[in-house]
Design a protein around this ligand. Structure first.
Ligand SMILES: C[S@@+](CC[C@H](N)C(=O)[O-])C[C@H]1O[C@@H](n2cnc3c(N)ncnc32)[C@H](O)[C@@H]1O
Length: 320
């Protein structure tokens, strides 16, 4: 397939998925639609919030264990999925022996301008390491990361794996497993199950930044799919569903509203109280993750967590 026709079929798949999500009884859009430049900047603000413990906790684990992680991985090629501002990877780059001797680092994200900026900043800070970027979706575009002969360490921070539904997570692990050689490994940041109040306050901050981030998805839909959602007709909602072990973020219509999505040829009619699910964020235990990995032919080799057991970095290899 030519580049152009594979791009067209990728775009058509995306439109089909959007149309399908917006036609369900509980309407739903993919979490990637939070992220244009404004959404990425809002996420950076979320990481600074008092209530939002995942970022600072993951960084504290990295600061403590990065040297050991890099020694275990013995990588010559680092890959970061959903790389965003590319802040955490610096903690690995700082402790990577191969960095200045042929080390290569690939960043993949849906947001092109954020990706370009972060690669530029990283290339300035680590001039002897070769950086490249892939604008793409980590659920469909892993095969666009150029292969390397050196052992590869793929990192997936921020608990973003939790945005995938269990069946999507399994497909993701299987596709990673299919491309992994015995010398390759995967480092995944996972948010851990904890009491409901702490989980819910992380997604309902007192400054309303998460609410703005959530509402930003409507702006992204309007710009990208020629739609006319009225942001002022929606409010942010986030709650923990313990049975599913995930946080759900939704946008609830505060009054009757409708939107035309020209790219999918769809009119979306909502009554007051109707909701659109914008994100799930699954919470894990070491055992729940181990079970997922076993179904994909992967194995958990190291589980690094903070003293409060709020967050963990799981180092994963092909199952022997
Ligand atoms: C929660 S942020 C994490 C950013 C950064 N890795 C960190 O740890 O702070 C998620 C990042 O993944 C990107 N992203 C979200 N969904 C994606 C998808 N399906 N494919 C590729 N990137 C995606 C977003 O643009 C954003 O930069």
């Amino acid at each position: 397939m030519s580049d152009e026709s594979s791009e067209t079929s990728g775009h058509n798949r995306e439109l089909d998925a959007l149309r399908d999500g917006l036609s369900r009884p509980l309407r739903e859009i993919a979490a990637k639609y939070f992220y244009d430049d404004r959404g990425s900047a809002l996420f950076e603000r979320i990481t600074e919030l008092r209530e939002y413990y995942p970022t600072r906790t993951e960084i504290s684990i990295l600061e403590r264990d990065a040297r050991e992680i890099m020694a275990d991985a013995r990588a010559g090629h680092l890959v970061e999925l959903g790389s965003g501002a590319g802040r955490k990877i610096r903690l690995l780059l700082d402790r990577w022996e191969a960095r200045d001797e042929g080390g290569r680092c690939t960043m993949l994200d849906v947001n092109q301008s954020f990706l370009d900026q972060s690669i530029e900043a990283l290339a300035r800070a680590y001039p002897r390491c070769a950086f490249d970027g892939v604008v793409g979706d980590f659920t469909t575009d892993l095969d666009r990361i150029a292969p390397s002969s050196a052992p590869r360490l793929t990192v997936f921070f921020a608990g973003t794996i939790g945005n995938l539904y269990p069946h999507e997570r399994l497909a993701f692990f299987r596709s990673i497993a299919a491309s992994m050689r015995p010398e390759d490994s995967l480092l995944v940041g996972v948010d851990l199950v904890k009491d409901t109040a702490r989980l819910e306050s992380a997604y309902n901050d007192s400054e309303g930044v998460t609410a703005e981030f959530n509402l930003n998805a409507l702006r992204v839909l309007n710009a990208r799919f020629d739609a006319d959602f009225d942001e002022s007709a929606f409010e942010h909602r986030a709650f923990f569903d313990r049975a599913q072990s995930w946080i759900e973020m939704r946008l609830r219509a505060t009054r009757a509203t409708s939107a035309l999505v020209r790219a999918t040829g769809q009119r979306v009619e909502l009554s007051a109280g109707d909701e659109i699910r914008t994100e799930i964020s699954c919470k894990f235990t070491a055992d729940s993750l181990r079970n997922d990995l076993a179904s994909a032919g992967l194995a958990l080799r190291a589980w690094r967590t903070d003293p409060r057991h709020d967050f963990a970095l799981a180092h994963i290899w092909s199952a022997p």
